[in-house]
Write a new protein. Structure first.
Length: 404
């Protein structure tokens, strides 16, 4: 009897252990499921935007308006009798852009772009159509057809192309991520980008360089292999040489940069270097620049040289530091985005802003041949300002869904 009772007692204990083990496993499974659901809710639920990005953007726009007035007041009073002529125009475009940026950041959910393939085609066909219309019937200025009129306003579709190319590649990479694991998977987005780059590059080589940078960086991040990009870089190099040869003034700028020509194509860069050198450590003070009176496009492509002249090396370093902080916040958004689409949009924005800032400063300091690229948020240009701020609005929309 004792042995029987002993066996029964041990079997009861084993049964109780099995039951308690199942309960623990069930509780662990329920706990894991709850954690997964909470994580999903955390990813989906919108929170506040990245206010550091918003502050940096608005500060750069405000700083740009101050420098623009300082740079353009003399020429505005001479040509139009109004020292604030360019300031008023840029201020109006800045207000429109900031309004659009805030509206998009608050009410636009970027994730809607990945729910319907139609957005990919709308974005792509819209920009290709506008670029073709610009080549066929666009307004000519400085010897190039880069503007298109809508009512009484003109804008540059090439500025829109930067934003649309970022969205096109981000949506394509998000929808076809598995195909991009193979070298041949790069062909379709690359060919789609080439159409946009070619249409822009025929009349606007400098913007085409920015588009190439955006394409290369986004595809490089999305593709796991390195070797296809050597071939892609060689192809873009050959295509770039072809585009340069189509316009004589482009080759003149390169020969002038190399010092093998006396055509005067490098005169603008030399005046910019005089402005930078005369600024010293802390500059001459706002409004005290002398080179702005003779430097072509002082309030546009060469505004960085006037910043150096009026605010000195210290002011130039502060401006560069502001752009570094902005790009760093974009990198934080890239790493913590809730999905691949958000990460790729952030990567495209980084490539755009970083390449444009580098090229503008490199031209002003004679590191690379002269080409017309505005300094983001600071140089004069309504199309550039509005579409840049729309791009920042979409970037802020991405930051509303970060996993932090």
């Amino acid at each position: 009897m004792a042995s029987l009772f002993g066996k029964k007692s041990s079997s009861n204990k084993r049964g109780e252990k099995q039951i308690s083990g199942r309960k623990v496993a069930q509780l662990d499974a329920e706990r894991r499921e709850r954690i997964i659901q909470l994580r999903k809710q955390r990813e989906i639920r919108a929170h506040s935007i990245d206010y550091s990005i918003l502050f940096l953007v608005i500060f750069l726009v405000g700083f740009g308006l101050v420098v623009l007035y300082s740079t353009s007041s003399y020429r505005g009073s001479v040509i139009y009798g109004d020292p604030a002529y360019w300031l008023k125009r840029q201020g109006a475009f800045s207000l429109i852009g900031i309004g659009l940026m805030l509206f998009i950041s608050k009410f636009f959910d970027y994730r809607i772009l990945k729910k319907h393939d139609i957005f990919l085609w709308i974005i792509y066909l819209s920009i290709v159509g506008l670029l073709i219309a610009t080549l066929v019937s666009g307004s000519v200025s400085h010897g190039s057809s880069r503007w298109i009129g809508v009512g009484g306003l003109r804008f540059q579709p090439s500025e829109m192309a930067k934003l649309f190319l970022i969205l096109y590649l981000a949506i394509y990479i998000n929808d076809h991520a598995s195909q991009l694991q193979h070298p041949l998977g790069l062909l379709k987005p690359l060919l789609g980008s080439l159409v946009i780059i070619g249409l822009v590059g025929y009349e606007n080589f400098s913007t085409a360089v920015i588009l190439v940078g955006i394409t290369m960086v986004m595809l490089f991040v999305a593709h796991p292999k390195f070797y296809p990009f050597a071939l892609i870089a060689a192809f873009f190099g050959g295509a770039g040489f072809l585009l340069i040869s189509l316009k004589g003034y482009r080759m003149d700028r390169i020969t002038a940069f190399l010092g093998t020509s006396d055509s005067g194509a490098n005169e603008q860069t030399m005046n910019a270097l005089y402005a930078i050198g005369s600024g010293g450590l802390f500059g001459k003070g706002l409004g005290q620049s002398m080179q702005k009176m003779i430097l072509p496009e002082a309030y546009n492509d060469m505004i960085f040289s006037i910043i150096c002249e009026e605010l000195g090396l210290f002011g130039a370093i502060c401006v560069i530091a502001l752009f570094f902080c902005l790009i760093w916040r974009f990198m934080v958004a890239t790493v913590n985005a809730s999905d691949l689409l958000g990460s790729m949009i952030a990567v495209g924005v980084i490539a755009h802003i970083a390449s444009q800032v580098f090229i503008n400063i490199a031209v002003a300091t004679n590191i690379i041949p002269n080409t017309g690229i505005p300094l983001p948020f600071i140089s004069y240009g309504g199309s550039s300002m509005v579409f840049l701020l729309v791009e920042m609005g979409i970037m802020l929309s991405v930051t509303r869904y970060l996993r932090i």
